[in-house]
Design a protein around this ligand. Structure first.
Ligand SMILES: [Zn+2]
Length: 550
């Protein structure tokens, strides 16, 4: 039972979609149709999720009814079936559809053409496709997407010679993905290419040139990559997330293009989702830790294999987790989180990511790496192309690895159990030792750690020695600007406004606005910046920030 979907897949279950869509940049809508193929198990009603969709009609059915709109669940579309055959829903999306972002030419790198991209996770697919929008329902699909001349559409699916798309592996709806704009494409490996606006393509191709090595590293650990190609799409700066693991085509923020591959852990993370998340999927959003905890664990194993440095990520992760957990209510500190009555986007914390990964690392230590690797490989193989609940995971691990750690305590209780792995990094101990004599060769994580352990930071000295206000590394810059706001270090304040207007990644926006809102002068600045920047942010980021900048 998925509390975030009106659909009743145990009665009539969606199996395949044929989409036919036209991208209308002029009206900021998608219009077209979806042909829905289903399995009738009981009853004669196919229930779909929709959000803001204008339904023009349903063909080949006995009738339909659109229910009332819920603020974040949207409205159920109940279709009365008259046979086993597919039905066609003709529809248009709403201009403010939560899963679509329409960018004006001015919001792109090239400034000449508009851009559209989707973000379906967690429950936004329903705002652009009428679908059983639960991660427990998997579908195959085809799509025909018409775009204005000169603009290219891409999807998280296989492009056919005729320009249409086909997804032969069944995926949950939150992995249906589309983007359209002025996109160039450059090959970066035997099964990988990068798509980006033409002015970004060279930098993007250089930054991501280790992608094939990463794919090979995960395959060696956990079995074959099952999705054919692994391409990357670099989005305009307003993309609200670091990355989104859309199958065959990871969507990525341009803020990871640092010029020195210092932030490519994001690619390791999104790639890892090709096993944990896309192949073995959380059946409901309460089981989200199955997607993210496993992915953070796998990401760090890949980084360790390729760059030999994953412990720093683990140390930072543990510190951030402790900091965040201390401010969370008990119910949000458990891995199997209760989201009843809540938008799953609001339940987004580090807990499923870091506490989940910490549990897996603790199990690895308890049973030995070799045994745990074999377990993970069989887990991904056993549940491949399926959506599973926490209960199914527990049943499987109890059979394969009896009593590795107190699993119920880890998963259903708020505290971190005694005996948790304690990540340690020698590099961080050196960073903590005092003012550094030599910072050449420092990783992003060493910089972040160095900045975060400053008790009473001498902001002027930090800036004059390390030129932090001019940093081209978005992670370091964001950390520095938070400190500059906290200490009201005036030389860096113009950069705060510039950064908040230039990026849309919620991970950066949220802490900076929170820092600004702590003082009267900061509040005035936050409101001024937000008034002009808000329109450029994604609806998901807007929803988060509306609650902060008041
Ligand atoms: Zn993830």
């Amino acid at each position: 039972m998925d509390v975030h979907s009106y659909s009743r897949p145990e009665q009539v279950r969606l199996r395949h979609l044929d989409l036919d869509l036209t991208v209308r940049f002029d009206r900021k809508v998608l219009e077209g149709s979806a042909v829905l193929h289903f399995d009738r198990l009981a009853g004669d009603e196919l229930i779909l999720d929709t959000r803001g969709l204008e339904i023009q009609g349903v063909d080949d059915a006995a009738g339909f009814e659109l229910g009332g709109q819920h603020p974040f669940l949207g409205a159920p579309l109940r279709i009365r079936l008259n046979g086993p055959g597919p039905v066609r829903v003709r529809y248009t999306t709403a201009p403010g559809a939560s899963g679509l972002q329409w960018l004006e030419p001015a919001q792109t790198a090239g400034k000449l053409h508009p851009f559209l991209y989707t973000q379906s996770q967690a429950i936004h697919a329903r705002s652009w496709v009428p679908v059983q929008d639960s991660p427990g329902v998997r579908v195959t699909y085809t799509a025909r997407v018409a775009t204005p001349p000169g603009l290219r559409a891409v999807m998280g699916a296989e492009m056919q010679p005729d320009g249409t798309f086909r997804m032969e592996q069944p995926v949950p709806s939150y992995l249906i993905a589309l983007a359209a704009g002025d996109l160039a494409c450059r090959s970066i490996g035997p099964r990988s290419a990068v798509y980006a606006e033409p002015s970004m393509i060279d930098a993007a191709a250089r930054e991501f040139e280790d992608t094939e090595a990463m794919i090979a590293a995960v395959e060696e650990l956990y079995g074959p990559y099952r999705w054919g190609r692994y391409d990357l799409l670099v989005l305009p700066p307003s993309f609200p997330f670091g990355g989104m693991e859309n199958p065959r085509l990871t969507f990525a923020t341009p803020t990871v293009i640092a010029g020195d591959k210092s932030l490519v852990s994001l690619v390791a993370h999104e790639l890892a989702h090709s096993w944990s998340g896309n192949l073995v999927t959380n059946a409901t959003w309460s089981d989200f830790w199955l997607n993210e905890g496993f992915t953070v664990y796998v990401e760090r194993r890949v980084l360790e294999k390729i760059y030999g440095r994953a412990r720093e990520e683990a140390v930072l992760g543990r510190r951030e987790l402790d900091r965040e957990m201390s401010g969370l209510p008990e119910r949000d500190r458990v891995l199997h989180v209760d989201l009843d009555g809540r938008d799953p986007d609001d339940g987004m914390t580090l807990v499923p990511y870091e506490k989940g990964a910490l549990m897996l690392r603790t199990i690895e230590r308890a049973v030995g790496r070799e045994r745990f690797d074999a377990f993970l490989k069989s887990y991904f193989g056993h549940f491949a192309f399926r959506s599973i609940t926490t209960a199914e995971f527990l049943e499987f691990i109890r059979r394969e690895l009896p009593n590795p750690v107190p699993l119920d305590q880890w998963i259903f209780e708020p505290a971190i159990p005694a005996g948790a792995d304690e990540p340690h990094s020698d590099a961080f101990q050196r960073v903590e030792a005092g003012w550094p004599a030599n910072t050449s060769g420092w990783t992003t994580h060493e910089w972040l750690h160095f900045l975060r352990v400053q008790k009473e930071p001498d902001l002027a000295r930090l800036d004059s020695e390390f030129h932090l206000t001019e940093s081209g590394n978005s992670e370091i810059l964001c950390q520095w600007l938070q400190m500059a706001v906290a200490g009201w270090y005036e030389p860096a304040l113009p950069k705060v406004g510039e950064f908040l207007c230039a990026v849309g990644r919620r991970k950066f926006l949220k802490p900076l606005y929170i820092a600004l809102m702590k003082t009267a002068e900061g509040q005035a600045m936050a409101r001024r910046i937000y008034a002009s920047a808000r329109a450029g942010y994604h609806p998901i980021a807007q929803a988060t920030l509306d609650a902060i900048v008041k």
